[in-house]
Design a protein around this ligand. Structure first.
Ligand code: G3P
Length: 218
């Protein structure tokens, strides 16, 4: 299972990279705007820190021609740039064109299995179903991931599932149990994954007991 980090914050990306478990980065306009920095500055920082793993950058146009133009510009910034395209009719046409021309795409804002099926048929390298936003409106986000996984297993589509809109460690656990290819995780949740109160209590006791061990070598 691959771990992407879902942020445009360079400090968080560096911290995740330091853990040596980072397999890629996903951004979106909201995450870029949170940095308060110019778009190109943010992108250059990210591509310098992560030059050889997939970095998803989202287009801002909504028409097919505009998306393709933006995608071609963004793709020139790095060989690892993946173009994030929203799941719309124009978006699907753009995905088909871009993938045919060797530019990798990540179809975003997927909320139903049939949307995912369309993105896979268009040839998307990655598809991003949003689990947290479905949970927010009382739909089972993880059920969507199971359904998409079944469709992939039925037909052998090459698209990789990126479980997106992750809010807590249970989303990551369930994604792993279902067998999703990738989880794109906010940095806060990466930290939560490592935490367990029994680990803290256990470590405290070991350190205390270590004090009474005689003739320690270190
Ligand atoms: O990057 C897309 C997705 O992960 C957004 O998450 O928390 O805004 O629903 P969220």
């Amino acid at each position: 299972m691959k771990f992407f980090i879902d942020t445009a914050n360079i400090e968080e990306i560096k911290a995740a990279n330091d853990l040596k478990i980072l397999d890629g980065v996903t951004t979106n306009p909201t995450l870029i705007s949170k940095t308060g920095k110019p778009f190109m500055e943010v992108v250059e920082e990210i591509l310098t820190e992560v030059p050889d793993k997939p970095v998803s950058l989202e287009v801002a146009s909504t028409d097919c021609e505009g998306m393709i133009k933006e995608a071609e510009t963004l793709a020139k910034l790095g060989k690892n740039v993946v173009i994030k395209i929203p799941l719309t009719i124009d978006g699907l046409k753009a995905v088909k064109h871009l993938e045919y021309n060797g530019i990798k795409t990540n179809v975003t804002l997927i909320f139903s299995p049939t949307q995912a099926l369309l993105a896979m048929k268009a040839g998307a390298s990655y598809i991003s179903p949003f689990v947290g936003r479905l949970d927010d409106i009382s739909h089972d986000g993880m059920e969507l991931i199971s359904q998409i996984k079944t469709i992939i297993d039925n037909y052998g589509f090459k698209s990789q599932i990126i479980v997106a809109s992750i809010r807590h460690p249970m989303h990551v656990l369930e994604a792993a149990l279902i067998g999703a290819d990738i989880a794109t995780i906010p940095y806060k949740v990466v930290e939560q994954l490592a935490k367990h109160p029994l680990t803290d209590i256990g470590l405290e006791k070991f350190l205390k007991d270590w004090e009474s061990v005689p003739e320690k070598p270190f």
